[in-house]
Design a binder for this molecule. Sequence first.
Ligand code: NAD
Length: 297
Amino acid sequence: MVIAFIGLGNMGAPMARHLLKAGHALAVHDLNMAAVDGLVAEGARRCGSPAEAATDAELVLTMLPASAHVEKVLAGDQGVLSAIQAGVPIVDCSTIDPATVRRLAQLARAQGNDLVDAPVSGGTGGAVAGTLTFMVGASDNLFAKIQPVLQHMGRRIVHCGDVGNGQVAKICNNLVLGISMIAVSEAMALGVNQGIDAKVLADIINASSGRCWSSDTYNPYPGIIETVPASKGYQGGFGVDLMLKDLGLAAEAARQSRHPLPMGALAQQLYQVWSLQGKGHLDFSSIIQLLSRADAT
Ligand code: NAD
């Protein structure tokens, strides 16, 4: 199949590589020439614009930072919609707000194309390993059509309902994650301050009702789990600014539907404060440092 792949960043490049390995013909585009060079060296075709990539594509995939970038790549000057053939589906894997997805889907549908949202979880490690989870918003027919392609890049392909619902699933999960990381951080910092050994406390939480992914798989206290960013100076992983972006998407969805989001709003503010202190590039579990006493080790 001829696939246009636009957005070859930390996630997009390894995802595109899996499609090449699976034997698909890739037409690639990115503003960053070095990213394009890498894929071209492996057999992809270089394209100077989203429109050029989409011209003869049988499927278009995008993996871009945020809503404004997706809007520009799809509906802007030299965008995908200006050149794509009728009937060709567009699958956006970026994390953006559900309202933008649904609006762009209407625009695409008016000219005979379907837009599918398929945001992912699993991080850059999952993108490299081809083990991402895709949360897909699409009709039943379209889901069946694109599932085999997504399977080259992911292990779990979940149909969440119609267009936009993939993003709803993604932002709700990350809302829980952002809040639970703060809860575990508060508890770990308080416990150590009160004199308990950090490992003993983590073991108790992980065998009790406080257990969650933020405590047993990604504990924010250094040295509890050797392989996570907390034990590596909070380098790598999922950045504070990316968490901030996702909590912003949840807050915006809540605002639009006048839905209460008190814990999410507080979590967003705490990551915002941490980002403003110059920590936006650190893994989001570093929020424990904001919640620890200055004299803590
Ligand atoms: P990234 O910044 O590494 O890559 C984005 C790429 O898009 C860059 O190469 C950039 O040059 C390109 N780009 C931006 N505007 C463009 C335009 N107008 N035309 C062509 N190319 C353009 O971001 P990433 O880490 O790959 O994340 C992509 C998306 O995946 C984001 O929405 C993010 O929230 C989501 N996500 C990221 C992770 C993660 O761990 N990094 C995990 C899950 C989901």
